[in-house]
Design a protein around this ligand. Structure first.
Ligand code: NI
Length: 136
């Protein structure tokens, strides 16, 4: 009997979408306003979902307080009020699109969670635009 436990979180970050190996014109054509050289911000929302068996002793799949603390230490402390391109090492050579950000978040959380737990992360870049990664 598997149950999914989810926790929502939030961070504000700046980014710029571009490839340094492309001309400004090509970056502008592909990334539009997101190629603004002075960066721009998003209010990112996050849903972290953990699926597993209910522990018969505790009745928990995962202790939500531990999950909350992992999200704070691994994601919020690393990304909130940061410039993703400049301040976050994972994006030094990786374009910080929503797709790439959700994979980085997944990998950081997967590394600290119990290995028998299944993980899925949904990242909202705007209320209408969101991406999901479950490790495939
Ligand atoms: Ni953007």
């Amino acid at each position: 009997m598997k149950v999914t436990v989810s926790r929502k979180a939030h961070f504000n970050s700046a980014h710029r979408l571009y490839r340094p190996d492309w001309s400004f014109e090509k970056n502008d054509a592909i990334f539009g306003k997101c190629n603004n050289p002075n960066f721009h911000g998003h209010n990112y929302d996050l849903t972290v979902s953990v699926t597993g068996e209910i522990d018969p002793e505790t009745g928990y799949v995962v202790d939500v307080k531990i999950l909350k603390d992992f999200i704070k230490s691994e994601i919020e402390d690393a990304f909130d009020h940061k410039n993703l391109n400049v301040d976050v090492p994972e994006f030094k050579n990786l374009n910080p699109t929503a797709e790439n950000i959700v994979v980085v978040i997944f990998n950081k959380l997967k590394a600290v969670l119990e290995p028998n737990l299944e993980l899925s992360v949904t990242l909202y870049e705007t209320p209408r635009n969101f991406v999901t990664y479950s490790g495939d």
